[in-house]
Design a protein. Sequence first.
Length: 246
Amino acid sequence: MGGDAPRTAVVSGTSSGIGAAVAAEFLRRDYTVIGLSRRGNPELAQEAGYVDCVADLRDGDSVRAALTSAADATADGVEAVVLNAGASPDPADLLKVEWQVAAEAYETNVRTALHLVQATAPLLRQSGGGSLTFVGASLANGYKPERWSYAASKAAMTTLMRACSVEFADDGVVANEVRPGPVATAMTMAGLDGEVNDQIIRAINAGFGTDWLKSPRTVAEWIVAIAEFPSNGPTGQVFNYSRKVL
């Protein structure tokens, strides 16, 4: 990847939070960005180079139809895919949690990632290589029993990432995972509406001794930097930005 040729990225879960920030960062780096989400992002849709695609990533046909609708942007293939879409169920007592909770976590997190890999792999091959970058979670290590269902789905995504690093190695496609740790989004901060500025984040970190709370914008810069790894760069790796000892 690189040079002056136009570049295209596909990002899932772009309606808000990390996904929206990643899409904005790719735009700043002069990519055409295809954003996939269930709600869409009207604000990003006003930006030149952004293609807003509404799709339910749990439905493979919906994903393929969305990418087909953006065929003009993918005519020469895709250089980067960021798999961000997902959801986190509420904490629950491990001895009481129902299997359906875990099943829904797999549906939302793992199934969406698999569908996006399957739909974009031909586009990555078409461009001569690129990257699959998974947005994971340090909780995948399983140290919080009350978050088991979410952690298990994220651990499965790590396994999928490593499988991709082998499956597509001969195509010049690298696959890696970013575990951003706590990020100031609605998923981690109940009731949050809009972006928290850096001054407030610093105050939260200092006052509550948090595990290095970060803004979506900061995390997006790291994710896109990893998504721009060359075809002979690291692959099959987990890049952890949590300060917990895992």
